[in-house]
Design a protein around this ligand. Structure first.
Ligand SMILES: *Cc1c(COP(=O)(O)O)cnc(C)c1O
Length: 227
């Protein structure tokens, strides 16, 4: 079951602020996705490769699928034929593999680089140094990376009730985003996406400059991982 009223109100709010809504449908059945699709939602996010491949096969072809989870290099080939945006690139090796699989499919695949902004050790992503190193490699080898487009950054804040802490983490991500936009990507107008904010913290994320939010439980209800 999806919450149609919540979706409508959220989309109205986000459209007004020109923030893209990715409806995070992980663990939810294809029927729920179809319901939101019928209301007009086209961008959906998943974070398990097999689940995404299965859903993509049975749902409308014009859905734009976002891969928002941690991606292993050996699984890129399964989503490369159709994926719209890969949110969580955290190594140069993964970037090269996405480029290779995109080339095989005659595509250019859009990606975001994931930065680690939370203080929890469990969350994936790069720190500033790792990000800089990746961008040095990227810049040096750009000619061989014509099948990817780095469109921005993605991050997840700490899971915390401390709103000021969450705000500071989003602000930090947005600062790095702005810096890259004015340096490495100055001549690449497609570098325009700062993906941050989930059901619990999207309002703060938008106040801090998010251009894309990834929202699941608020639209689809709580996830049940046990089933
Ligand atoms: C699950 C997930 C979301 C959505 O989380 P909700 O709290 O349900 O809105 C957003 N981003 C990522 C990377 C996720 O894995």
């Amino acid at each position: 079951m999806v919450n149609a009223e919540v979706w409508k109100a959220l989309r109205t709010e986000l459209d007004k602020k020109q923030v893209t809504l990715v409806a995070v449908s992980k663990t939810k059945p294809a029927g729920d996705i179809q319901e939101l699709y019928d209301l007009g939602q086209r961008q959906f996010g998943e974070n398990y490769v097999q689940e995404l491949v299965e859903k993509q096969a049975v749902l409308p072809a014009d859905i734009e699928w976002h891969y928002i989870g941690h991606l292993q290099s050996n699984k890129v080939k399964f989503i490369a034929p159709f994926v719209h945006l890969i949110h969580a690139v955290d190594s140069f090796k993964l970037l090269q593999e996405i480029n290779k699989q995109a080339a095989k499919n005659n595509r250019v695949i859009k990606v975001l680089l994931q930065m680690h902004i939370a203080d929890e050790a469990t969350k994936f992503g790069m720190d500033e140094n790792e990000l800089t190193t990746l961008l040095e490699y990227y810049t040096a080898q750009k000619d061989t990376l014509q099948h990817i487009q780095i469109c921005g950054l993605m991050g997840m804040a700490s899971f915390s009730d401390d709103k000021e802490k969450v705000r500071a983490e989003f602000a930090r991500l947005h600062n790095v985003f702005k810096f890259l936009k004015d340096s490495y990507f100055l001549y690449e107008p497609y570098f325009n996406t700062c993906s941050m904010g989930m059901s619990g913290d999207y309002q703060i994320a938008i106040e801090e400059g998010s251009t894309m939010v990834r929202i699941g439980s608020m639209l689809f209800g709580e996830r049940n991982y046990a089933k």
